[in-house]
Design a protein around this ligand. Structure first.
Ligand code: HEM
Length: 357
């Protein structure tokens, strides 16, 4: 087993898998752990959509915004590629709780009764690299255009940059979000999907955000990059649904490989495995191809190929990368409009993204 250096923060293992050289990463990481304004439109499922966000929103007030954020994301991606999945996941968790309003970036106040979103249990796993990307990008932007650009917009742009840097589609980001004034840990749990959710539960949750089944399957393609801690899939390896057997929908070789690193009891809580065991740093359609081979990591990933409502999209995206990219770009555009805030009455422009202004 060779252990080449990839970056100082993690080890890289490779071994023979099926017949070809199969690269498998196991990374040990420190666990890091409104009311609508006039322009908002309330859709029939209760989510708020904003019509006035625009691609050139900062054309006059901060024309170099995208380059400023881009210089940070490019550098971060070189130094620490996990910044990509970390930031994309951060963006998703931001949008699903209180909307895409940077509320996930707020730090809990000492002595306050209610913790901020960031400190909800499921968010404690979010990697620090995502927060660092936004912090650094915001600093660069504040130097050039003080007090103008919201943290929420910076997060949306950074997530797009990383999708593209990892080999995924480039899409235009609409801007004009204001930062939210509410960040409560108690709002997180019911709004974030879980690895053991059924397809029914997932469809319902995405629907409450105004997202379709196709959007959900396309957005799940973000699991083409990134990693998950053992606790999210360990029951699949040993005692699926309490039956004392592994999940029959895990490929036997993947099962053995995952069992090596994720023991049933007493394993290292910081160990993570890649969602896409073939190309974990490349944003491509391999995630869907792998689902067809029983090589999904989470039960919720694998379930997408088992349910007749989601399976046709998995097949379509597995067969056609362009279709996946188009659907992903359209879906993340819709995601990025969820619960957007505008104006002083409902939002703020923070200078330090971790503190209300
Ligand atoms: C469909 C329902 C989804 C479920 C059940 C789910 C669940 C999870 C779980 C359990 C993890 C691992 C967390 C950890 O161990 O640190 C994770 C990671 C991740 N998720 Fe999802 N997720 C879903 C949808 C999405 C969506 C819509 C996106 C983005 C558009 C996304 C992007 C990511 C990324 C990029 C990572 C890797 C993070 C990293 O490596 O730092 N997920 N997800």
């Amino acid at each position: 087993m060779s252990v080449p250096q990839y970056s100082a923060s993690f080890s890289f293992f490779s071994f023979q898998f099926p017949s070809c050289l199969f690269l498998f990463f196991i990374i040990i990481v420190a666990a890091t752990s409104s009311s609508p304004c006039l322009a908002n439109v309330v859709t029939n499922n209760g989510t708020r959509r904003h019509r006035q966000l625009s691609v050139d929103y900062y054309a006059k007030t901060c024309p170099s915004l995208e380059q400023l954020v881009g210089s940070v994301t490019t550098q971060q991606f070189k130094e620490s590629p996990v910044s990509g999945p970390a930031t994309i996941n951060l963006f998703f968790h931001d949008c699903f709780v209180e909307g895409c309003d940077g509320s996930i970036l707020i730090a809990s106040k000492q002595g306050s009764k209610e913790l901020a979103e960031k400190d909800a249990e499921v968010n404690r796993e979010l990697r620090v690299e995502g927060f660092e990307t936004v912090r650094k990008a915001k600093e660069a932007v504040e130097r050039k255009c003080p007090g103008v650009v919201s943290c929420a917009d910076i997060l949306a742009i950074a997530a797009r940059d990383y999708v593209h840097l990892a080999g995924g589609p480039y899409y235009q980001v609409k801007k004009g979000r204001w930062d939210g004034m509410i960040s409560m840990a108690s709002r997180v749990e019911p709004n974030i999907p879980h690895a053991n959710d059924t397809v029914d539960q997932l469809i319902k949750l995405f629907n409450t955000k105004g997202l379709t089944i196709q959007d959900m399957v396309a957005l799940s393609g973000a699991h083409s990059i990134g990693f998950a801690h053992c606790k999210h899939f360990v029951t699949r390896l040993y005692n699926y649904k309490g039956k004392g057997q592994p999940d029959p929908n895990v490929d036997p070789k993947l099962l053995n490989a995952l069992r090596m690193y994720c023991p049933n009891y007493g394993g290292n809580m910081d160990i993570v495995a890649p969602f896409d065991a073939t190309t974990p740093f490349v944003f491509d359609q391999a995630y869907y191809v792998n689902l067809q081979k029983k090589m999904g990591l989470l039960a919720s990933d694998q379930a997408l190929v088992l349910d007749p409502r989601t399976k046709p999209f998995v097949q379509e995206f597995a067969n056609d990368k362009n279709k996946f990219f188009q659907a992903f770009a359209a879906a993340i555009d819709r995601l990025s409009l969820v619960g957007v805030k505008r104006g002083k009455k409902h939002g703020e422009k923070r200078r330090d993204c971790s503190m209300h202004s």
